[in-house]
Design a protein around this ligand. Structure first.
Ligand code: DLL
Length: 443
């Protein structure tokens, strides 16, 4: 029987979705889709075929899911070097959407979708929202950016597929966001966690009657954030804050999502197959061990991705989830293999800084790390906003807080770094992904 990868026009039903397939059925589905994807890429994508030839493998090597490990990796530079259309596996007339991601350096990458790819995308984002407790009839304020970024349109079509009402407000224009929240009965907000914090702060300052708003669910992703940050958000806003994951190269949002248990993110494994590898050797690691997430698309037509190295660091959680979904989970992504910076020989991740800062009373969840070089010595300064009551404290009180923060950072990083207490609202805010590290070192 043909496998109808693209979901039908039936009404969305979370219960009938593939979230609860028994293990053997899910594995069989994954294998048949994997074989079809590898064959498609081999036939249609010259770069993939060449790599396979160099590795001495053909699609016939894929007899089981474990055989995936024999295939070559795909990396971001492959997309850059074949820019713009080199990895497409569908004729141009079948491609109905392009998105692009600029990245921080160099050439952008372009990603493509057929009609069926868009249908799958809507379906996996509808499943994401459903896992976060959003239902038909909910009103979703979508503050992910619309445009080449996949967040806005991805969340938009998923919310419509679910049967929710979408308000396509995009990111920014915080005054208008507040008006919409107040007047349109918004129950669900989609945004980066950093933009949500900005919105919350502005709403408090503007005297918005926050506790009486019907807002119930926050669907947050597109940037790393810590469990400490979630607790702050939930405590200060009274909503439930869920973590959702995705990347343009694979589809956009809709790759993985937390559920009501908030204990890791389920990967929509019937469409995206996860592996964890040792980033240094490329060898697969067993479940439970932390390493780099590698994803293979199982149904993408326009741009299949085989063993794409995400650079996101996580682990597969082997235990079943309390929610009953059979989809495996990954731990929240606290860091990327390339967001680490080295200061005086010590490896530091922004997430470590965030966790240390937020554990100290009197801080606000806004911070920025600046790296500089004085002579031959690297310097690191962490600026963190603090509450008004801290700022009205005595000089001794402020100095004591500064010392507590420096101690907390030294404890996690192993290095004494500079701490600057900043006034509320003084650090830059972003409408999309927050920029946490400014590196002014040269060379
Ligand atoms: O950020 C897609 C997306 C939109 C995901 C909206 C979730 C919500 P890109 O711009 O291609 O796509 O960036 C992908 O962002 O490799 C991670 O490093 C990071 N990222 C995305 N979600 C999370 C998350 C979108 N929940 C890159 N936690 C990924 C940590 C995340 N990092």
């Amino acid at each position: 029987m043909p496998d109808p990868v693209a979901p039908s026009a039936q009404p969305f039903s979370p219960a009938s979705a593939s979230d609860y397939l028994p293990g053997p059925q899910l594995r069989a589905l994954q294998l048949s889709r994997l074989q079809a994807t590898v064959a498609r890429a081999y036939e249609r994508v010259p770069l993939f075929r060449e790599r396979c030839e160099q590795h001495g493998v053909t699609p016939a090597a894929i007899q089981g899911l474990d055989d995936l490990r024999h295939l070559p990796f795909t990396v971001k530079d492959d997309l850059r070097e074949t820019y713009p259309f080199g990895l497409f596996a569908s004729p141009r007339e079948e491609i109905v959407r392009l998105h692009a991601s600029s990245g921080t350096t160099g050439k952008p990458i372009v990603v493509a979708y057929t009609h069926d790819d868009l249908a799958v995308w809507s379906e996996v984002v509808a499943r994401t929202l459903s896992a976060c407790g959003v239902h038909p009839g909910d009103t979703v304020q979508n503050a992910f950016g619309y445009g080449l970024f996949t967040g806005g349109l991805g969340a938009h079509y998923g919310a419509e597929r679910l049967g929710a009402t979408v308000i396509p407000i995009s990111g920014g224009n915080t005054e208008r966001q507040m008006m919409v929240m107040r007047d349109l009965g918004v129950t669900t907000l989609c945004a980066t966690p950093s933009y949500f914090l900005h919105l919350l702060e502005r709403a408090h300052a503007a005297g918005l009657d926050w506790p009486n708003l019907p807002l119930r669910v926050g669907v947050f992703g597109a940037e790393p954030w810590t469990e400490a940050m979630r607790q702050r958000i939930e405590r200060e806003s009274g909503i439930r804050a869920y973590d959702i994951y995705g990347l343009s190269e694979i589809i956009g949002p809709g790759v993985g999502s937390e559920c009501c248990a908030q204990q890791g993110l389920h990967i929509f494994e019937d469409h995206f197959y996860p592996e964890i590898i040792d980033p240094a050797t490329g060898e697969p690691l067993p479940d439970g061990e932390e390493g780099e997430l590698v994803l293979t698309t199982l149904s993408k037509q326009a741009m299949p991705m085989i063993r794409y190295r995400t650079r996101d660091i996580t682990a597969i959680i082997p235990e079943p989830c309390d929610c009953g979904r059979t989809l495996r989970r990954i731990q929240r992504i606290g860091r990327r293999s390339d967001d680490m910076f080295i200061i005086r020989g010590i490896n530091v991740f922004p997430a470590q800084v965030e966790t240390a800062l937020l554990a100290v009373e009197g801080t606000l969840p806004h911070y920025q790390i600046t790296l500089a070089r004085q002579g031959s010595l690297d310097q690191m300064e962490v600026a963190v906003e603090v509450t008004e009551s801290v700022l009205s404290d005595t000089v001794g009180g402020m100095e004591a807080l500064r010392k507590r923060l420096a101690d907390a950072l030294e404890h996690v990083i192993g290095l004494r770094v500079g701490v600057r207490l900043a006034e509320p609202q003084s650090l830059p805010r972003s409408e999309g992904k927050a920029k946490r590290v400014i590196d002014n070192r040269e060379g």
